[in-house]
Design a protein around this ligand. Structure first.
Ligand code: UDP
Length: 315
């Protein structure tokens, strides 16, 4: 039942992978959750199980256009955005608009409602990094005019705009820089390495490793990511905070792990590396540890096994 003290939170991108898990987390904490998504890359099935709840409502809306929410809001989580490299190529202008115009609309809404806002940024603000691990002080190596530029630059603009609202309007803001995250509700066809490899391994198809597979990533399991974001929202800190798992592996090792854990007969094949593909990515999470007393708990094998189970069910 909705009480007068129940906190109200708006979550954009609510039908996406991260957004839907955040809806679950805040419902679990007895918030009133207002979910918003235009369903371009989100999937309504990810939040369908919440529709019957009195403290959950859903708006089918594109946040690049003016956002109206009746009633008061305590918090806003801005998670609406395409997040896979193949999506940036397919819908580059929407990607730029949601990170820029969408962010501006939500900062304006937060100011109007006197709400605290947390925006989802990304390790992509570091581009193809020249230092490793990447701490929040590293300023990045981004190609603004490459295929990933639409995402990277929109997120860099988002950070700048958020800090401007914080400094100029005194808005209560948070910025999370999310590193590669995985788990249930990832789109099986979103084109990223982890769902591709698991799908290919389960079906016995060739595993497509791009380039020589020696580029690295560091994969964080969804429950750890959600806890990091939850803690950051409660903390009092406006500058960006990396949330990710520093357990760095090569893409080839990831492919080998997935073949082994699925007991698959698939073989690994090498395909062309996409333009501007970062060579290494590993978060320095010192800031999150110090500030939030947070660190990832789920190991790679445990997380991969849970995700493989989900994809076997989803396929
Ligand atoms: N990748 C791959 N095979 C695939 C999909 C991706 O080897 O089928 C590589 C991709 O080139 C990149 C890494 O895996 O080096 C991670 O890519 P992903 O799309 O998951 O996300 P990114 O971290 O690049 O945003």
């Amino acid at each position: 039942m909705q009480s007068s003290v129940q906190k109200r939170i708006l979550i954009t991108g609510a039908a996406g992978f991260l957004g839907s898990h955040l809806c679950d987390r805040f419902i679990q904490e007895d918030y009133h959750v207002i979910a918003m998504d235009n369903l371009i890359t989100g999937h309504i099935g990810n939040i369908e199980h919440l529709f019957h709840l009195p403290n959950f409502e859903f708006y089918h809306h594109d946040v690049s256009k003016f956002v109206h929410v009746p009633g008061h809001l305590d918090f806003i989580l801005h998670f609406a955005s395409p997040a896979s490299p193949i999506d940036y190529l397919r819908i580059p202008i929407q990607t730029l608009k949601v990170g820029s115009l969408g962010t501006h609309n939500l900062l304006g809404l937060a100011k109007d409602k006197k709400a605290r806002i947390l925006v989802a940024s990304t390790s992509e603000v570091y581009g193809d990094p020249l230092v490793s691990p990447q701490s929040e002080d590293y300023r990045g190596n981004v190609n603004p005019v490459g295929p990933r530029g639409v995402y990277d630059e929109a997120k860099r603009f988002q950070e700048a705009m958020t800090m401007a609202y914080h400094r100029f309007h005194g808005l209560d803001t948070r910025i999370v820089r999310i590193f590669n995250t995985y788990g249930s509700r990832m789109r099986i066809d979103d084109g990223r390495a982890l769902p591709n490899f698991i799908r290919q391994a389960i079906r016995g198809e060739d595993i497509t490793v791009y380039g020589d597979g020696l580029q690295t990533r560091s994969f964080c399991y969804i429950s750890d990511q959600v806890e990091g974001i939850y803690s950051l929202l409660q903390a009092d800190y406006a500058l960006p905070v990396n949330i990710g798992n520093p357990d760095e592996i090569t893409v080839l090792e990831l492919a080998e792990d997935i073949v082994r854990l699925t007991d698959s007969s698939s073989k690994i094949v090498f395909q062309q590396l996409p333009a501007d593909d970062p060579k290494q990515r590993k978060p320095d999470i010192t800031r999150a540890k110090d500030l939030l007393a947070w660190e990832p708990k789920v190991g790679r094998e445990e997380g991969l096994l849970k995700t493989i189970e989900y994809f076997k069910f989803a396929l």
